[in-house]
Design a protein around this ligand. Structure first.
Ligand code: AMP
Length: 530
Protein backbone atom coordinates (compact mmCIF):
# COMPACT_ATOMS: atom_id res chain seq x y z
CA UNK A 1 0.00 0.00 0.00
CA UNK A 2 1.45 3.36 -0.98
CA UNK A 3 0.67 6.66 0.57
CA UNK A 4 -0.11 9.21 -2.14
CA UNK A 5 2.71 11.41 -0.90
CA UNK A 6 5.32 8.69 -0.61
CA UNK A 7 5.56 5.63 -2.71
CA UNK A 8 7.46 2.81 -1.20
CA UNK A 9 5.84 1.21 1.82
CA UNK A 10 4.46 -2.29 1.36
CA UNK A 11 2.25 -2.76 4.47
CA UNK A 12 3.15 0.45 6.22
CA UNK A 13 2.69 1.48 9.77
CA UNK A 14 3.30 5.11 8.83
CA UNK A 15 3.57 7.14 5.66
CA UNK A 16 6.72 8.91 4.62
CA UNK A 17 4.97 12.19 5.33
CA UNK A 18 4.94 11.18 8.98
CA UNK A 19 1.18 10.73 9.34
CA UNK A 20 -0.11 7.47 10.71
CA UNK A 21 -1.51 5.23 8.05
CA UNK A 22 -5.23 4.92 8.62
CA UNK A 23 -5.84 1.44 9.98
CA UNK A 24 -9.63 1.51 10.02
CA UNK A 25 -12.07 2.71 7.47
CA UNK A 26 -13.84 5.07 9.87
CA UNK A 27 -10.53 6.84 10.73
CA UNK A 28 -10.53 8.12 7.17
CA UNK A 29 -12.28 11.32 6.11
CA UNK A 30 -14.88 11.69 3.34
CA UNK A 31 -13.49 12.39 -0.14
CA UNK A 32 -13.76 15.93 -1.46
CA UNK A 33 -15.02 16.47 -5.03
CA UNK A 34 -12.37 15.40 -7.52
CA UNK A 35 -10.33 13.44 -4.95
CA UNK A 36 -9.70 9.72 -5.39
CA UNK A 37 -12.21 7.49 -3.58
CA UNK A 38 -11.70 4.17 -1.84
CA UNK A 39 -12.97 1.39 -4.11
CA UNK A 40 -14.44 -0.40 -1.09
CA UNK A 41 -16.13 2.30 1.00
CA UNK A 42 -15.96 5.49 -1.09
CA UNK A 43 -14.04 7.54 1.51
CA UNK A 44 -10.86 9.50 0.61
CA UNK A 45 -8.63 7.08 -1.33
CA UNK A 46 -5.46 8.26 0.39
CA UNK A 47 -3.44 5.21 -0.62
CA UNK A 48 -2.84 3.12 -3.71
CA UNK A 49 -2.95 -0.62 -3.12
CA UNK A 50 0.40 -2.02 -4.26
CA UNK A 51 -1.15 -5.30 -5.33
CA UNK A 52 -4.13 -4.04 -7.32
CA UNK A 53 -3.40 -0.39 -8.08
CA UNK A 54 -6.82 0.55 -6.66
CA UNK A 55 -7.49 3.61 -4.55
CA UNK A 56 -8.10 2.67 -0.94
CA UNK A 57 -8.64 4.56 2.30
CA UNK A 58 -7.12 2.30 4.95
CA UNK A 59 -5.43 -0.98 5.81
CA UNK A 60 -8.86 -2.38 6.67
CA UNK A 61 -10.27 -1.69 3.21
CA UNK A 62 -7.12 -3.04 1.57
CA UNK A 63 -7.70 -6.36 3.38
CA UNK A 64 -11.33 -6.45 2.27
CA UNK A 65 -10.26 -5.68 -1.30
CA UNK A 66 -7.64 -8.45 -1.41
CA UNK A 67 -10.04 -10.86 0.22
CA UNK A 68 -12.67 -10.17 -2.45
CA UNK A 69 -10.14 -10.61 -5.24
CA UNK A 70 -8.88 -13.90 -3.78
CA UNK A 71 -12.46 -15.19 -3.70
CA UNK A 72 -13.10 -14.17 -7.29
CA UNK A 73 -9.93 -15.82 -8.73
CA UNK A 74 -10.82 -18.68 -11.05
CA UNK A 75 -9.75 -22.08 -9.75
CA UNK A 76 -9.35 -23.58 -13.21
CA UNK A 77 -5.84 -24.06 -14.56
CA UNK A 78 -4.92 -21.96 -17.60
CA UNK A 79 -4.89 -23.89 -20.89
CA UNK A 80 -1.43 -24.47 -22.29
CA UNK A 81 -0.34 -22.25 -25.17
CA UNK A 82 -1.08 -23.29 -28.74
CA UNK A 83 2.12 -24.64 -30.31
CA UNK A 84 2.73 -23.69 -33.88
CA UNK A 85 5.19 -24.97 -36.47
CA UNK A 86 8.41 -22.97 -36.55
CA UNK A 87 9.83 -20.40 -38.96
CA UNK A 88 11.69 -17.13 -38.36
CA UNK A 89 8.65 -14.93 -38.70
CA UNK A 90 7.59 -14.67 -35.09
CA UNK A 91 11.01 -13.88 -33.67
CA UNK A 92 11.10 -10.12 -33.88
CA UNK A 93 11.05 -8.77 -30.37
CA UNK A 94 11.11 -5.34 -28.73
CA UNK A 95 14.59 -4.50 -27.57
CA UNK A 96 15.18 -5.80 -24.08
CA UNK A 97 12.33 -8.32 -24.25
CA UNK A 98 12.76 -12.05 -24.39
CA UNK A 99 11.97 -14.03 -27.48
CA UNK A 100 8.49 -15.30 -28.19
CA UNK A 101 8.14 -18.75 -26.62
CA UNK A 102 5.85 -20.12 -29.32
CA UNK A 103 7.03 -21.45 -32.60
CA UNK A 104 5.68 -19.80 -35.70
CA UNK A 105 3.99 -20.52 -39.00
CA UNK A 106 5.41 -20.88 -42.48
CA UNK A 107 4.83 -17.86 -44.67
CA UNK A 108 2.14 -19.72 -46.63
CA UNK A 109 0.35 -20.61 -43.41
CA UNK A 110 0.63 -17.03 -42.23
CA UNK A 111 -0.88 -15.76 -45.44
CA UNK A 112 -3.72 -18.27 -45.21
CA UNK A 113 -4.37 -17.38 -41.60
CA UNK A 114 -4.47 -13.67 -42.41
CA UNK A 115 -6.86 -14.29 -45.26
CA UNK A 116 -9.17 -16.29 -42.99
CA UNK A 117 -9.10 -13.58 -40.35
CA UNK A 118 -9.54 -10.86 -42.99
CA UNK A 119 -6.30 -9.24 -41.90
CA UNK A 120 -4.38 -7.24 -44.47
CA UNK A 121 -1.02 -5.70 -43.74
CA UNK A 122 1.37 -3.25 -45.31
CA UNK A 123 4.92 -2.82 -44.02
CA UNK A 124 8.24 -4.56 -43.55
CA UNK A 125 8.96 -7.49 -41.26
CA UNK A 126 5.43 -7.71 -39.93
CA UNK A 127 5.30 -10.63 -37.48
CA UNK A 128 2.84 -13.49 -37.83
CA UNK A 129 -0.48 -13.21 -35.99
CA UNK A 130 -0.52 -14.83 -32.56
CA UNK A 131 -3.12 -17.48 -31.83
CA UNK A 132 -3.00 -17.25 -28.05
CA UNK A 133 -1.91 -14.73 -25.45
CA UNK A 134 0.68 -17.01 -23.82
CA UNK A 135 2.52 -17.33 -27.12
CA UNK A 136 4.05 -13.87 -26.97
CA UNK A 137 6.00 -13.85 -23.77
CA UNK A 138 3.73 -11.70 -21.63
CA UNK A 139 4.25 -11.44 -17.86
CA UNK A 140 2.54 -14.31 -16.05
CA UNK A 141 0.39 -11.95 -13.99
CA UNK A 142 -0.84 -10.22 -17.15
CA UNK A 143 -1.89 -13.61 -18.54
CA UNK A 144 -3.83 -14.25 -15.34
CA UNK A 145 -5.45 -10.81 -15.57
CA UNK A 146 -6.48 -11.48 -19.17
CA UNK A 147 -8.10 -14.69 -18.06
CA UNK A 148 -9.93 -13.02 -15.18
CA UNK A 149 -11.15 -10.36 -17.65
CA UNK A 150 -12.58 -13.17 -19.80
CA UNK A 151 -10.09 -12.69 -22.65
CA UNK A 152 -9.64 -16.38 -23.51
CA UNK A 153 -8.40 -15.86 -27.05
CA UNK A 154 -7.10 -12.79 -28.81
CA UNK A 155 -9.54 -11.22 -31.26
CA UNK A 156 -8.31 -10.88 -34.88
CA UNK A 157 -7.12 -7.31 -34.41
CA UNK A 158 -5.28 -8.38 -31.25
CA UNK A 159 -3.74 -11.36 -33.04
CA UNK A 160 -1.96 -9.08 -35.48
CA UNK A 161 -1.51 -5.80 -33.60
CA UNK A 162 -0.14 -7.24 -30.34
CA UNK A 163 2.93 -8.99 -31.79
CA UNK A 164 3.61 -6.01 -34.06
CA UNK A 165 3.39 -3.54 -31.18
CA UNK A 166 5.51 -5.77 -28.95
CA UNK A 167 8.44 -5.55 -31.34
CA UNK A 168 8.20 -1.76 -31.42
CA UNK A 169 6.54 -1.16 -34.80
CA UNK A 170 4.64 2.05 -35.48
CA UNK A 171 1.09 1.03 -36.31
CA UNK A 172 -1.96 2.40 -38.06
CA UNK A 173 -4.73 -0.08 -37.33
CA UNK A 174 -8.25 -0.11 -38.67
CA UNK A 175 -10.79 -2.61 -37.38
CA UNK A 176 -14.50 -2.39 -36.90
CA UNK A 177 -16.14 -0.96 -33.79
CA UNK A 178 -16.21 -3.27 -30.76
CA UNK A 179 -13.52 -5.61 -32.10
CA UNK A 180 -11.09 -5.43 -29.17
CA UNK A 181 -8.86 -2.58 -30.32
CA UNK A 182 -8.23 -1.24 -26.80
CA UNK A 183 -6.89 -4.60 -25.64
CA UNK A 184 -4.60 -4.69 -28.63
CA UNK A 185 -2.71 -1.63 -27.46
CA UNK A 186 -3.12 -2.12 -23.72
CA UNK A 187 -1.62 -5.63 -23.64
CA UNK A 188 1.69 -4.45 -25.18
CA UNK A 189 1.68 -1.34 -22.95
CA UNK A 190 1.11 -3.27 -19.72
CA UNK A 191 3.68 -5.87 -20.73
CA UNK A 192 6.30 -3.26 -21.62
CA UNK A 193 5.74 -1.19 -18.46
CA UNK A 194 5.71 -4.22 -16.15
CA UNK A 195 8.98 -5.50 -17.60
CA UNK A 196 10.60 -2.07 -17.61
CA UNK A 197 9.58 -1.41 -14.00
CA UNK A 198 10.30 -4.92 -12.73
CA UNK A 199 13.31 -3.94 -10.63
CA UNK A 200 12.78 -0.20 -10.38
CA UNK A 201 11.99 1.18 -6.92
CA UNK A 202 8.62 2.88 -6.99
CA UNK A 203 10.05 6.36 -6.58
CA UNK A 204 12.07 6.01 -9.79
CA UNK A 205 9.14 5.09 -12.01
CA UNK A 206 8.18 7.56 -14.70
CA UNK A 207 5.41 7.70 -17.33
CA UNK A 208 6.32 5.17 -20.03
CA UNK A 209 3.20 5.27 -22.17
CA UNK A 210 0.42 7.67 -23.06
CA UNK A 211 -3.01 7.04 -24.57
CA UNK A 212 -4.92 9.98 -26.04
CA UNK A 213 -8.62 9.70 -26.89
CA UNK A 214 -11.19 12.31 -27.98
CA UNK A 215 -13.66 11.97 -25.07
CA UNK A 216 -13.52 11.79 -21.31
CA UNK A 217 -15.81 8.75 -21.27
CA UNK A 218 -13.50 6.84 -23.57
CA UNK A 219 -10.49 7.80 -21.43
CA UNK A 220 -12.25 6.51 -18.32
CA UNK A 221 -13.06 3.24 -20.07
CA UNK A 222 -9.52 2.77 -21.37
CA UNK A 223 -8.02 3.53 -17.96
CA UNK A 224 -10.36 1.05 -16.30
CA UNK A 225 -9.35 -1.67 -18.74
CA UNK A 226 -5.68 -0.79 -18.24
CA UNK A 227 -6.06 -1.11 -14.47
CA UNK A 228 -7.73 -4.46 -14.88
CA UNK A 229 -4.94 -5.78 -17.07
CA UNK A 230 -2.20 -4.28 -14.92
CA UNK A 231 -3.47 -5.49 -11.53
CA UNK A 232 -0.72 -6.78 -9.32
CA UNK A 233 2.03 -5.60 -11.70
CA UNK A 234 4.39 -2.65 -11.28
CA UNK A 235 2.05 -0.61 -13.45
CA UNK A 236 -0.07 2.31 -12.36
CA UNK A 237 -2.21 4.68 -14.34
CA UNK A 238 -3.28 8.32 -14.25
CA UNK A 239 -6.41 9.78 -15.82
CA UNK A 240 -6.04 13.31 -17.19
CA UNK A 241 -9.39 14.65 -18.39
CA UNK A 242 -11.30 17.89 -18.02
CA UNK A 243 -14.11 18.10 -15.50
CA UNK A 244 -12.10 16.51 -12.65
CA UNK A 245 -9.81 18.61 -10.43
CA UNK A 246 -6.37 19.04 -11.98
CA UNK A 247 -4.61 18.92 -8.60
CA UNK A 248 -5.66 15.33 -8.01
CA UNK A 249 -4.53 14.32 -11.50
CA UNK A 250 -1.14 15.97 -11.07
CA UNK A 251 -0.77 14.33 -7.69
CA UNK A 252 -1.47 10.93 -9.18
CA UNK A 253 1.16 11.45 -11.92
CA UNK A 254 3.71 12.35 -9.29
CA UNK A 255 3.14 8.97 -7.60
CA UNK A 256 5.27 7.18 -10.18
CA UNK A 257 2.66 6.02 -12.65
CA UNK A 258 3.45 4.24 -15.93
CA UNK A 259 0.51 5.14 -18.16
CA UNK A 260 -1.25 8.46 -18.70
CA UNK A 261 -4.69 8.24 -20.32
CA UNK A 262 -6.08 11.60 -21.30
CA UNK A 263 -7.83 14.00 -23.60
CA UNK A 264 -5.47 16.37 -25.47
CA UNK A 265 -6.90 19.65 -24.11
CA UNK A 266 -6.51 18.84 -20.42
CA UNK A 267 -3.14 17.25 -20.95
CA UNK A 268 -1.78 20.38 -22.66
CA UNK A 269 -3.21 22.47 -19.85
CA UNK A 270 -1.47 20.29 -17.31
CA UNK A 271 1.83 20.30 -19.19
CA UNK A 272 1.70 24.08 -19.56
CA UNK A 273 1.17 24.66 -15.86
CA UNK A 274 3.36 21.95 -14.37
CA UNK A 275 6.72 20.42 -15.02
CA UNK A 276 6.01 16.82 -15.90
CA UNK A 277 8.82 14.66 -17.14
CA UNK A 278 7.82 12.92 -20.34
CA UNK A 279 11.27 11.83 -21.59
CA UNK A 280 10.58 8.22 -20.75
CA UNK A 281 7.29 8.00 -22.65
CA UNK A 282 8.15 5.49 -25.33
CA UNK A 283 4.67 4.44 -26.51
CA UNK A 284 2.03 6.92 -27.66
CA UNK A 285 -1.44 5.68 -28.61
CA UNK A 286 -3.84 7.82 -30.62
CA UNK A 287 -7.17 6.06 -30.18
CA UNK A 288 -9.85 7.14 -32.66
CA UNK A 289 -6.98 8.57 -34.67
CA UNK A 290 -9.16 10.10 -37.41
CA UNK A 291 -10.86 12.22 -34.80
CA UNK A 292 -7.54 13.02 -33.09
CA UNK A 293 -5.94 14.28 -36.30
CA UNK A 294 -8.93 16.31 -37.39
CA UNK A 295 -9.17 20.06 -37.01
CA UNK A 296 -9.89 20.87 -33.40
CA UNK A 297 -7.57 18.22 -31.98
CA UNK A 298 -4.78 18.08 -34.56
CA UNK A 299 -2.63 20.94 -33.28
CA UNK A 300 -2.95 19.83 -29.65
CA UNK A 301 -2.04 16.25 -30.51
CA UNK A 302 1.00 17.39 -32.48
CA UNK A 303 2.07 19.62 -29.60
CA UNK A 304 2.01 16.62 -27.27
CA UNK A 305 3.74 14.43 -29.85
CA UNK A 306 6.54 16.98 -30.23
CA UNK A 307 7.02 17.10 -26.46
CA UNK A 308 7.86 13.37 -26.47
CA UNK A 309 11.17 11.83 -27.51
CA UNK A 310 10.27 9.92 -30.69
CA UNK A 311 7.97 7.35 -29.13
CA UNK A 312 6.57 4.29 -30.85
CA UNK A 313 3.17 5.45 -32.16
CA UNK A 314 0.09 3.20 -32.27
CA UNK A 315 -2.92 4.66 -34.06
CA UNK A 316 -6.39 3.10 -34.16
CA UNK A 317 -9.84 3.65 -35.54
CA UNK A 318 -12.73 1.93 -37.28
CA UNK A 319 -12.64 4.70 -39.85
CA UNK A 320 -9.37 5.87 -41.39
CA UNK A 321 -9.73 8.20 -44.37
CA UNK A 322 -6.85 8.64 -46.86
CA UNK A 323 -5.79 12.04 -45.51
CA UNK A 324 -5.41 10.60 -42.00
CA UNK A 325 -3.28 7.81 -43.44
CA UNK A 326 -1.08 10.46 -45.08
CA UNK A 327 -0.75 12.39 -41.82
CA UNK A 328 0.10 9.19 -39.94
CA UNK A 329 2.76 8.40 -42.52
CA UNK A 330 4.33 11.81 -42.13
CA UNK A 331 4.41 11.55 -38.32
CA UNK A 332 6.49 8.39 -38.07
CA UNK A 333 9.01 6.39 -40.04
CA UNK A 334 8.26 2.86 -41.21
CA UNK A 335 4.56 2.77 -40.54
CA UNK A 336 2.98 -0.69 -40.49
CA UNK A 337 -0.62 -0.62 -41.65
CA UNK A 338 -3.00 -3.28 -40.37
CA UNK A 339 -6.60 -3.53 -41.55
CA UNK A 340 -8.98 -6.11 -40.14
CA UNK A 341 -12.20 -6.66 -42.09
CA UNK A 342 -13.31 -4.03 -44.54
CA UNK A 343 -12.02 -0.60 -43.57
CA UNK A 344 -14.44 2.28 -42.99
CA UNK A 345 -17.46 -0.03 -42.98
CA UNK A 346 -19.91 -0.57 -40.14
CA UNK A 347 -19.75 -3.82 -38.24
CA UNK A 348 -21.74 -6.50 -40.04
CA UNK A 349 -23.23 -7.52 -36.68
CA UNK A 350 -25.52 -4.48 -36.58
CA UNK A 351 -28.67 -4.65 -38.70
CA UNK A 352 -29.32 -1.21 -40.14
CA UNK A 353 -32.79 0.18 -40.80
CA UNK A 354 -32.91 3.63 -42.31
CA UNK A 355 -36.29 5.35 -42.04
CA UNK A 356 -37.27 8.32 -44.15
CA UNK A 357 -39.02 10.70 -41.78
CA UNK A 358 -39.74 14.42 -41.90
CA UNK A 359 -38.02 16.48 -39.20
CA UNK A 360 -41.38 17.44 -37.66
CA UNK A 361 -42.41 13.79 -37.41
CA UNK A 362 -39.19 12.48 -35.85
CA UNK A 363 -40.30 12.75 -32.22
CA UNK A 364 -43.55 10.92 -32.87
CA UNK A 365 -41.70 8.24 -34.80
CA UNK A 366 -39.32 7.77 -31.87
CA UNK A 367 -42.19 7.52 -29.37
CA UNK A 368 -43.86 4.94 -31.63
CA UNK A 369 -40.70 2.82 -31.61
CA UNK A 370 -40.19 3.14 -27.86
CA UNK A 371 -43.77 2.11 -27.13
CA UNK A 372 -43.81 -0.77 -29.57
CA UNK A 373 -43.32 -4.20 -28.05
CA UNK A 374 -41.90 -5.41 -31.32
CA UNK A 375 -39.42 -2.60 -31.95
CA UNK A 376 -38.26 -1.42 -28.50
CA UNK A 377 -35.24 -3.45 -27.40
CA UNK A 378 -33.90 -1.75 -24.27
CA UNK A 379 -31.44 -0.53 -23.19
CA UNK A 380 -31.39 1.93 -26.08
CA UNK A 381 -29.03 4.76 -27.01
CA UNK A 382 -30.58 7.64 -28.97
CA UNK A 383 -28.07 9.90 -30.71
CA UNK A 384 -28.89 13.56 -31.28
CA UNK A 385 -26.85 16.48 -32.59
CA UNK A 386 -27.12 19.08 -29.83
CA UNK A 387 -26.85 19.30 -26.06
CA UNK A 388 -30.13 21.12 -25.67
CA UNK A 389 -31.75 18.62 -28.02
CA UNK A 390 -30.54 15.79 -25.78
CA UNK A 391 -32.06 17.40 -22.67
CA UNK A 392 -35.38 18.23 -24.32
CA UNK A 393 -35.77 14.88 -26.01
CA UNK A 394 -35.03 12.85 -22.87
CA UNK A 395 -37.61 14.90 -20.99
CA UNK A 396 -40.18 14.46 -23.76
CA UNK A 397 -39.61 10.68 -23.80
CA UNK A 398 -40.32 10.51 -20.06
CA UNK A 399 -43.45 12.64 -20.30
CA UNK A 400 -44.94 11.05 -23.41
CA UNK A 401 -44.03 7.40 -23.03
CA UNK A 402 -43.48 7.05 -19.27
CA UNK A 403 -40.12 5.41 -19.99
CA UNK A 404 -37.29 6.67 -17.78
CA UNK A 405 -34.77 8.44 -20.01
CA UNK A 406 -31.65 10.49 -19.26
CA UNK A 407 -29.44 12.73 -21.34
CA UNK A 408 -25.67 12.92 -21.52
CA UNK A 409 -23.51 15.56 -23.21
CA UNK A 410 -20.41 17.67 -22.79
CA UNK A 411 -22.04 20.42 -20.80
CA UNK A 412 -22.74 18.16 -17.83
CA UNK A 413 -20.07 17.87 -15.15
CA UNK A 414 -17.85 14.84 -15.08
CA UNK A 415 -19.50 13.70 -11.86
CA UNK A 416 -22.95 13.90 -13.45
CA UNK A 417 -21.75 12.10 -16.57
CA UNK A 418 -20.28 9.27 -14.50
CA UNK A 419 -23.51 8.88 -12.50
CA UNK A 420 -25.73 9.01 -15.58
CA UNK A 421 -23.68 6.35 -17.36
CA UNK A 422 -23.72 4.20 -14.25
CA UNK A 423 -27.51 4.43 -13.91
CA UNK A 424 -27.84 3.43 -17.55
CA UNK A 425 -25.35 0.59 -17.38
CA UNK A 426 -26.93 -0.94 -14.27
CA UNK A 427 -30.37 -0.80 -15.88
CA UNK A 428 -31.99 1.92 -13.75
CA UNK A 429 -32.83 3.83 -16.92
CA UNK A 430 -33.69 2.22 -20.23
CA UNK A 431 -33.03 5.05 -22.65
CA UNK A 432 -30.06 7.38 -22.83
CA UNK A 433 -30.13 10.34 -25.19
CA UNK A 434 -26.57 11.28 -26.11
CA UNK A 435 -24.57 13.65 -28.25
CA UNK A 436 -21.30 12.51 -29.80
CA UNK A 437 -19.75 12.01 -26.32
CA UNK A 438 -20.91 8.41 -26.49
CA UNK A 439 -20.39 8.06 -30.23
CA UNK A 440 -16.93 6.57 -30.26
CA UNK A 441 -15.26 3.64 -28.59
CA UNK A 442 -17.53 3.42 -25.56
CA UNK A 443 -18.43 -0.12 -24.57
CA UNK A 444 -22.10 0.10 -23.61
CA UNK A 445 -22.62 -3.38 -22.23
CA UNK A 446 -25.98 -4.96 -23.02
CA UNK A 447 -26.93 -2.25 -25.53
CA UNK A 448 -28.36 -3.93 -28.59
CA UNK A 449 -30.28 -1.03 -30.09
CA UNK A 450 -29.17 2.39 -31.28
CA UNK A 451 -31.50 5.02 -32.71
CA UNK A 452 -29.83 7.77 -34.71
CA UNK A 453 -32.43 10.50 -34.22
CA UNK A 454 -30.28 13.25 -35.80
CA UNK A 455 -27.84 12.04 -38.43
CA UNK A 456 -24.30 13.18 -37.53
CA UNK A 457 -22.25 15.43 -39.80
CA UNK A 458 -20.23 12.67 -41.40
CA UNK A 459 -20.79 9.09 -42.40
CA UNK A 460 -17.75 8.14 -40.29
CA UNK A 461 -19.56 9.25 -37.14
CA UNK A 462 -22.64 7.27 -38.25
CA UNK A 463 -20.46 4.15 -38.51
CA UNK A 464 -19.14 4.74 -34.98
CA UNK A 465 -22.57 5.54 -33.50
CA UNK A 466 -24.32 2.44 -34.83
CA UNK A 467 -21.29 0.45 -33.63
CA UNK A 468 -22.48 1.02 -30.03
CA UNK A 469 -25.15 -1.65 -30.66
CA UNK A 470 -22.64 -4.49 -30.84
CA UNK A 471 -19.54 -5.70 -29.04
CA UNK A 472 -17.32 -8.48 -30.35
CA UNK A 473 -19.73 -9.43 -33.12
CA UNK A 474 -22.87 -9.80 -30.97
CA UNK A 475 -25.98 -8.96 -32.94
CA UNK A 476 -27.57 -5.54 -32.59
CA UNK A 477 -29.81 -3.19 -34.52
CA UNK A 478 -29.65 0.45 -35.54
CA UNK A 479 -32.44 2.68 -36.78
CA UNK A 480 -31.59 6.00 -38.37
CA UNK A 481 -33.96 8.83 -39.22
CA UNK A 482 -33.13 10.49 -42.52
CA UNK A 483 -34.67 13.27 -44.58
CA UNK A 484 -33.70 15.98 -47.08
CA UNK A 485 -31.76 17.83 -44.39
CA UNK A 486 -29.13 15.10 -44.51
CA UNK A 487 -28.62 15.33 -48.26
CA UNK A 488 -24.86 15.79 -47.95
CA UNK A 489 -24.66 12.22 -46.57
CA UNK A 490 -26.94 10.50 -49.08
CA UNK A 491 -24.31 9.21 -51.45
CA UNK A 492 -22.07 7.71 -48.74
CA UNK A 493 -25.03 6.41 -46.78
CA UNK A 494 -26.46 4.56 -49.76
CA UNK A 495 -23.05 3.00 -50.41
CA UNK A 496 -22.78 1.89 -46.79
CA UNK A 497 -26.31 0.46 -46.80
CA UNK A 498 -25.79 -1.38 -50.07
CA UNK A 499 -22.46 -2.84 -49.01
CA UNK A 500 -24.07 -4.04 -45.76
CA UNK A 501 -27.04 -5.58 -47.58
CA UNK A 502 -29.48 -3.17 -45.87
CA UNK A 503 -32.60 -1.78 -47.53
CA UNK A 504 -32.40 1.71 -49.01
CA UNK A 505 -35.59 3.77 -48.55
CA UNK A 506 -37.23 4.73 -51.83
CA UNK A 507 -36.87 8.47 -51.16
CA UNK A 508 -33.16 8.03 -50.59
CA UNK A 509 -32.65 5.78 -53.59
CA UNK A 510 -34.45 8.23 -55.89
CA UNK A 511 -32.98 11.44 -54.54
CA UNK A 512 -30.87 13.50 -56.93
CA UNK A 513 -28.41 14.03 -54.07
CA UNK A 514 -27.69 10.31 -53.97
CA UNK A 515 -26.16 10.64 -57.41
CA UNK A 516 -24.45 13.90 -56.56
CA UNK A 517 -21.00 13.09 -57.85
CA UNK A 518 -22.05 11.76 -61.25
CA UNK A 519 -24.22 14.84 -61.77
CA UNK A 520 -21.23 17.02 -60.87
CA UNK A 521 -19.02 15.10 -63.22
CA UNK A 522 -21.57 15.64 -65.97
CA UNK A 523 -21.66 19.35 -65.25
CA UNK A 524 -17.86 19.56 -65.29
CA UNK A 525 -17.70 17.82 -68.63
CA UNK A 526 -20.13 20.26 -70.15
CA UNK A 527 -18.32 23.23 -68.69
CA UNK A 528 -14.96 22.22 -70.12
CA UNK A 529 -16.47 20.99 -73.37
CA UNK A 530 -15.04 17.45 -72.94
P1 AMP B 1 -13.11 -2.71 -27.64
O1 AMP B 1 -13.33 -2.82 -29.11
O2 AMP B 1 -11.66 -2.60 -27.29
O3 AMP B 1 -13.96 -1.64 -27.02
O4 AMP B 1 -13.60 -4.10 -26.97
C1 AMP B 1 -14.93 -4.54 -27.09
C2 AMP B 1 -15.30 -5.44 -25.94
O5 AMP B 1 -14.67 -6.70 -26.09
C3 AMP B 1 -14.92 -4.94 -24.57
O6 AMP B 1 -15.99 -5.25 -23.70
C4 AMP B 1 -13.71 -5.77 -24.20
O7 AMP B 1 -13.60 -5.94 -22.81
C5 AMP B 1 -14.01 -7.08 -24.89
N1 AMP B 1 -12.80 -7.81 -25.33
C6 AMP B 1 -11.72 -7.28 -25.92
N2 AMP B 1 -10.84 -8.25 -26.24
C7 AMP B 1 -11.37 -9.42 -25.84
C8 AMP B 1 -10.94 -10.79 -25.89
N3 AMP B 1 -9.77 -11.14 -26.41
N4 AMP B 1 -11.76 -11.73 -25.37
C9 AMP B 1 -12.95 -11.37 -24.83
N5 AMP B 1 -13.42 -10.11 -24.74
C10 AMP B 1 -12.64 -9.13 -25.26
Amino acid sequence: MENRESANCSEPSASAAGNDVKQRCWDQREALPGEPRCVICGRYGEYICDETNDDICSVECKRILLDRIAKSQPAVPRPSPVKLPATDECYYVREGNDKSEAGSLSSDQVELLRRKLEISIRGDLVPAPILSFPSCNLPEKLLQNLEVAGFEMPTPVQMQAIPSALIGQNLLVSAETGSGKSGSFLVPIVSYCAKFNADKPHGERKPLAMVLTPTRELCIQVEEQAKLLGKGLPFKTALVVGGDAMAGQLYRIQQGISLIVGTPGRLIDLLAKHDIELDSVSILVLDEVDSMLERGFHEQVMQIFRALSQPQVLMYSATIPKDVQKMANSMVKDLTIIAVGKPNKPTGAVKQVVIWVDSKQKKQKLFDILTSKQHFKPPVVVFVSSRIGADLLSEAIGITTGIKAVSIHGEKSMKERREILKSFLVGEVLVIVATGVLGRGIDLLHVKQVIVFDMPNSIKEYVHQIGRASRLGEEGSAMAFVNEENKNLFRDLVQILKSSGAAVPRELANSRYTFGSSTNKGQKKRKYGL
